[in-house]
Write a protein that binds this ligand. Structure first.
Ligand code: AMP
Ligand code: MG
Length: 309
């Protein structure tokens, strides 16, 4: 491997060999592999210790390539025009002649697809003749990674390469919407449902526990592996305390996600802070109440599942 090859070329080099590569996206970092390859996609499940029943999201940079693999429809185009590239995933009907590996879909006739916004990952995708299956680059049920270092912490030398792309700008996973038939929100994420409703002229709501449709929406997820208490006004002794607005108290155990309840900022700092608290070996975490509106709904969804340890 020549040293002067750019990092994007290096990523391509390994991906072309059916290896997995860490990639930056605006939501969280992904563990990517050739979505057409059984070998590469098997490795993703093995590395993440992810149950096979939990299908993967496939990342594209061109509509043309997407249309080789699935059927598009009016609702898809409306949302695509408004939000792509961006933190929204569409579940569409898979074409029978698609080359997508059976591992990706868990043999279903639908495919979850996304157009990530990160410039480097878009450049990488443009250089490939296949789309990338890329779940979050963390061991299953653990905290999602938002930097190259986080991915390294998760997998160490088990993966060949991680493409550097700074901290993820959004810091929360994509919103997933099923568009196969009547639109249905499967996972809360980086795009608020109210914005989607505006574009589609609908009144969609997120209904929890649609397990059969979104098999990966398990209760325990995003977990720091430490007990976590939510909606707390006062922490216990030696407990890490996560705050979202400035207080007139001091202490090493205080972790601010924002100083003024800024939801975008809270989202961006959430996983990073949970990882930091875990690494500092705290035995428990208390979290101040977070408003349950807009992105706050997604943040509370992640916190609730992270607390089901
Ligand atoms: P992750 O890759 O960890 O962000 O999780 C991807 C999520 O996408 C999982 O929770 C899956 O349930 C969901 N997903 C992927 N493919 C499909 C599909 N074909 N139908 C419904 N949900 C899907
Ligand atoms: Mg994940």
């Amino acid at each position: 491997m020549k040293k002067d090859l750019s990092n994007i070329k290096k990523s391509k080099f390994y991906l072309d060999k059916n290896e997995c590569v860490g990639i930056p996206t605006e939501t969280v970092y992904g563990l990517a592999g050739n979505a057409y390859s059984d070998k590469a996609t098997s490795k993703i499940f093995k590395l993440k210790k992810r149950p096979r029943r939990n299908p993967l999201i496939v990342h594209y940079c061109s509509l043309k390539m997407l249309q080789n693999d699935c059927y598009t429809n009016n609702n898809f185009f409306k949302l695509y025009k408004k939000f792509c590239p961006g933190p929204i995933t569409f579940v569409l009907k898979l074409k029978k002649n698609s080359k997508i590996s059976k591992n990706v879909t868990n043999k279903k006739n639908t495919l979850a697809v996304r157009f990530p916004k990160h410039t480097k990952t878009r450049k990488l995708l443009k250089s490939l003749i296949y789309p990338l299956a890329a779940p979050s680059a963390n061991i299953s049920t653990q905290i999602s990674p938002v930097s190259k270092k986080d991915v390294k912490d998760e997998f160490g030398k088990k993966i060949k390469f991680i493409l550097e792309g700074n901290e993820s700008k959004i810091g929360l996973e994509s919103t997933i919407i099923n568009l196969k038939n009547k639109p249905q929100i499967l996972r809360l994420g980086g795009i608020e449902i109210s914005k989607i409703n505006k574009v589609l002229g609908t009144k969609l709501k997120f209904i929890k526990n649609k397990k059969l449709i979104a098999p990966g929406q398990d209760k325990v997820h995003y977990s720091p592996g430490i007990p976590m208490r939510l909606n707390i006004k006062k922490p216990k002794l030696n407990e890490a305390f996560i705050l979202i607005k400035k207080r007139k108290i001091a202490g090493k155990n205080l972790f601010y996600l924002s100083k003024n309840k800024n939801l975008k900022e809270i989202a961006k700092n959430l996983y990073k802070t949970l990882r930091m608290i875990k690494n500092k070996k705290y035995k428990s975490i208390a979290v101040e109440k977070i408003p349950n509106k807009g992105l706050g709904e997604t943040i509370n969804d992640r916190l609730l599942r992270a607390s089901k340890f």
